[in-house]
Design a protein around this ligand. Sequence first.
Ligand SMILES: [Zn+2]
Ligand SMILES: [Zn+2]
Length: 248
Amino acid sequence: MIVGQEEVAARLYKIGAGAASVGAIHILSLLLSWFVETDGGFTVPLTGYVFPESLILSLLGGLLAGVGLLAGYLVKQVGLTKLLIGLFAVVGGLLSLSSPLYIYLVRILSLNIRGYPDIGMFAAVFTGIVQLGVGALALLTPTRREVIPTTRPIPAAAQPDLFEVAQPAPATRRPVAPTPQQPPRASTTRFLPASDIEEATCSICYEPVQKEEAVKCSNCGTIYHRGCMEAWVGLNSTCPNCKAIVIE
Ligand SMILES: [Zn+2]
Ligand SMILES: [Zn+2]
């Protein structure tokens, strides 16, 4: 089954909308507690946005998916839509994922802040991974031929490669008659002596035919040995060339 270009575009927009939603949720995770500091007997929750790096990376990462969806919607080529939505979501996902990883590995561990990661950091990591996955899904969406989506039905003649799967085999592939000459159609025939021939080849055994032993199909005029023809008609009751039924 061939999937239409509009259908592919609609699917890409859905994937892009999913990536944008995940990006928005990722940005919201900045409002949650990312790390609980336990220095000096106090437990202090640190929200995601208190770190400038996470604020920038997560905002950028989350927004990129939305930007990709918008850009993908504005271009009128399915292949380009796929690239924009997919690449923006993947790059955004990488930024989103790098935000909590950077905060945890560089800021918290290197500064030796005691405590433990909190729900916000897990949410940020999770949404970053999902955003990456959704972007990859967009990039892996097959677009077949990457042409401009059109609302008009594509004429079969203009796009033969798209439709050849659904069409029956062309008429030229049908088996043709074994001899080159195309005989006139008739339902019946009889074999007559053909003593007037100069030289001929039997169309059954491909040996030369002497005029005393030659017979001719009255329908298509093909020459055979009498013996060959009688053996053939005994089996098939038709002229081997034109398939007319032998009535005598
Ligand atoms: Zn023969
Ligand atoms: Zn014939």
